[in-house]
Design a protein around this ligand. Structure first.
Ligand SMILES: Nc1ncnc2c1ncn2[C@@H]1O[C@H](COP(=O)(O)OP(=O)(O)O)[C@@H](O)[C@H]1O
Ligand SMILES: [Mg+2]
Length: 245
């Protein structure tokens, strides 16, 4: 199996602050990989380093075998990298439909029609402006926009943040569905247990260093470690609460 994404030796700084220390990770093709860690561990910085928004000072990134180190974000997106940033950066003044017309077009199965099938709620709200949407609807719009790029890999930064359990369920259902669509996923999540249930592989970041890399199930069985990770999270649901059985 080849890697959808492979990074090694990433060192990323904000000014003089050295945030990531030799971070390396691999997202295997067709699998869900989760990146966990307490608040401030460097998860968002890792994702931003991978998609070119905060370029690392050293290290390298390969996406589907292509060297992407140093490429600007739009060039990385064109390779089929869908990024759903923290805090849902949608256009508040544009309607749902207009927001969906913004992404760079890449040919593939995802069209606005298919998006409305996956998210009926967005169809109902299509003439509403971004700022009139609930948090859950904004998250769906944010994911929808990334899907319209017809990504081969989808990178999500805390998609369930601030959402009610019922909506979290929808978000996780969609993430799990991506794997059956053949899309590789890199998921950053605060809902540690749920993330480990849907993921195949897992990494844990601590103070900008990878301290665990291995099976998601294996990590999920390590109750002590889970407690330490989940302790940082105000929102915590069990899988049976958010996924249909
Ligand atoms: N734009 C920034 N400028 C300076 N420091 C930052 C910036 N963004 C994040 N940081 C710092 O980098 C560290 C990692 O942050 P982040 O990657 O956002 O962590 P996480 O996503 O795991 O919560 C934190 O100490 C945070 O305060
Ligand atoms: Mg973050």
């Amino acid at each position: 199996m080849s890697a959808a994404l492979h990074a090694e030796g990433l060192n990323t700084f904000y000014g003089k602050s050295h945030i990531l220390h030799d971070v390396g990770l691999t997202v295997e093709e067709g699998r869900i990989t989760t990146l966990l860690g307490r608040n401030g561990a460097g998860k968002s910085t890792t994702l931003r380093s991978l998609v070119g928004l905060t370029p690392p000072r050293s290290g390298r990134v390969q996406i589907f075998g292509q060297e992407t180190t140093g490429l600007p974000p739009y060039r990385i997106a064109q390779l089929g990298v869908g990024f759903v940033p923290e805090g849902r950066k949608i256009f508040a003044n544009l309607t749902v439909e207009e927001n969906l017309q913004v992404p760079i077009e890449r040919p593939g199965p995802w069209t606005i029609t298919r998006i409305y099938e996956l998210f009926p709620r967005l169809l109902e709200r299509r003439s509403n402006r971004g700022r009139q949407l609930s948090g859950g609807e904004q998250e769906m719009l944010s994911i929808a926009r990334a899907l319209l790029l017809n990504p081969k890999i989808l990178i999500l930064d805390e998609p369930s943040q601030g959402l009610a359990p019922l909506i979290v369920k929808d978000v996780f259902r969609i993430v799990a569905q991506m794997r059956t669509e053949g899309i590789s996923v890199l998921l950053v999540e605060q809902n540690v247990r749920v993330a480990l249930e849907i993921a195949d592989d897992a990494y844990v970041l601590e103070n900008g260093e990878i301290v665990y890399s291995g099976g998601a199930a294996e990590l999920g069985a390590d109750e002590e470690r889970i407690q330490a990770l989940a302790g940082a999270s105000a929102e915590e649901w069990r899988l049976d609460e958010v996924l249909p059985t």
